[in-house]
Design a protein around this ligand. Structure first.
Ligand code: ADP
Length: 479
């Protein structure tokens, strides 16, 4: 069993605290690895050395170097993809097939951003005969990237790749539960000379200690955070004291809207899959399934059959569709919502912790579907982050849109209909950063994603995703 160190100034080192965090396989309860439980002192050293590497190298001004470095990192990850996927599954519990998707997504983000690094263009303008101006894009400086445990590789690279491509230095603070996989990925960067020593640092530890120290540090210019809305709000308040830029991707309670003319089986099965993926522990999970009343009972049957056909188990098995819940705390929270749903409405399927030889050492919940709930119920309104799908009925297009927009969140939505005009009308009116029509979870490195309302600020991926990591400067020349 390995003990992972922090990566600071191009060197692997222990935390000054001498304390460790456990990384536990949630499917078996087995210890996977130790990571450093770092302190504000470690953060101080990381910020100082990243800042020195940024100012002391040509990283911010040499786009060819950056493109080359990112491409090499992508190649190194690709060469170890299967080993990395296996570690990700051990640490997070997710099915190995999903872990492979994450690794592939990270490689794709790096390659896309390597190309983008050489395309960070500004604009020119000529307001008068004796004046010429240009608008240029510059790196921001030192960025802290704070990541969650649910998609710890893809979500890290979604932000890290554009952050580095834009020429910044970066300090990575992974979630407490997924420090080992993050360290393995950084170890591959450490061997690539195109990265200036110290330009990227890894400091593992508690959010309230390491995350907080990064947010409060005056030399950290930007906070890029993916996680819960509750923590995002705290970070934003703290960042305000230092007038720091923030990019936040937060929670979701995303609806799939299924109209009566949709391909019902495809619509319902894809919607269910979008929720039960990662055991519902995904911000874009399609956790609300809104169906036209004329096909509602048929939809309930399809959803129930689908949920009951899912193979729940250890992610290492190729046949597993759904793995465990990440922690006891999260398991209790999900079961609490299920009990609330049982009191207020109907349990269509599931609704309990799985027990038996295969499950006893792990944290498994049966795929659960609830309905007959009021739109104001906390089960409908709040992000559960577990395998709990809520089904709701609507009569008209207007009601579907009203219900879709009823929660504080606005991350993503699905619209299922054969009527193109209706698809466009609904897509325009649903308040969400991504709207899929007749599909779900189709994410691309080149397409922006992010949240309306309480789901976040700023956009990840695409051109805007890279521009989040730049400052804009107007240079004006009097001729
Ligand atoms: P999740 O429910 O996905 O774990 P969190 O919002 O709790 O979401 O955590 C996301 C990331 O934010 C993790 O890396 C966590 O350690 C970090 N974090 C948690 N609390 C704080 C905090 N008060 N300040 C900074 N970072 C934090």
């Amino acid at each position: 069993m390995k003990t992972y160190l922090n990566y600071i100034n191009g060197t692997w080192m222990s935390s000054q605290s001498g304390e460790l965090l456990d990384s536990i396989d949630p499917a078996t309860g087995a210890l996977v690895a130790h990571t450093q439980s770092s302190t504000a002192h470690d953060v101080e050293l990381a910020v100082q050395t990243v800042s020195d590497a940024y100012t002391g190298s040509d990283w911010g001004s040499n786009s060819h170097r950056r493109a080359n470095a990112l491409l090499k990192w992508a190649d190194a990850i690709e060469a170890r993809a299967e080993v990395l996927a296996a570690l990700l599954t051990s640490e997070n519990g997710k099915p190995i097939r999903e872990a492979r998707v994450e690794i592939a997504g990270a490689i794709d983000a790096l390659r896309y951003c390597a190309g983008m690094a050489r395309n960070v263009f500004g604009r020119t303008f000529q307001p008068a005969a004796d004046n010429f101006g240009f608008i240029m894009k510059e790196p921001i400086g030192v960025v802290a990237v704070i990541t969650p445990w649910n998609w710890p590789v893809l979500l890290l690279f979604r932000d890290l790749a554009p952050c580095l491509a834009a020429g910044n230095g970066v300090i990575i603070k992974p979630a407490e539960r997924t420090g080992a996989i993050t360290a393995e990925l950084l170890a591959l960067l450490a061997d690539i000379p195109a990265f200036p020593a110290g330009i990227a640092a890894l400091v593992t530890g508690l959010g309230t200690v390491v995350g907080n120290a990064l947010v409060e540090h005056p030399a950290v210019d930007m906070i890029c955070f993916t996680g819960s809305t509750a923590v995002g709000k705290v970070l934003m308040q703290k960042a305000a004291a230092g007038v720091k830029k923030v990019a936040l991707e937060l929670g979701g309670k995303s609806p799939n809207l299924v109209f009566e003319d949709a391909d019902l089986t495809r619509a319902i099965e894809t919607s269910c899959r979008s929720l039960f993926m990662t055991s519902g522990q995904i911000c874009m999970a399609g956790s609300r399934l809104l169906v036209h009343e004329s096909v509602y009972e048929k939809a309930v049957d399809i959803a129930k059959t689908f949920a009951e056909s899912l193979r729940v188990g250890h992610g290492r098995l190729e046949t597993t569709d759904m793995g465990p819940i990440i922690s006891e705390k999260q398991l209790d929270k999900v079961l609490h919502y299920i009990e609330q749903g049982r009191r207020e409405g109907r349990v269509i399927t599931g609704g309990y912790r799985l027990r038996g030889a295969e499950y006893d050492n792990g944290l498994f919940i049966a795929p659960t579907i609830l309905d007959n709930l009021s739109p104001s119920s906390c089960v409908v309104q709040e992000e559960i982050f577990g395998p709990v799908l809520v089904m709701e009925k609507f009569r008209t297009e207007e009601e579907a849109i009203r219900l879709a927009n009823i929660t504080p969140y606005g991350l993503s939505a699905g619209v299922w209909t054969k009527d193109v005009s209706r698809a466009l009308r609904v897509a325009r009116q649903v308040q969400a950063g991504t709207v899929w029509v007749n599909g779900y979870n189709k994410s691309y490195a080149e397409a922006e994603s992010g949240g309306y309302k309480h789901s976040g600020i700023g956009r990840a991926r695409g051109v805007e995703g890279l521009m989040e990591f730049t400052e804009t400067k107007h240079v004006n020349i009097s001729i």
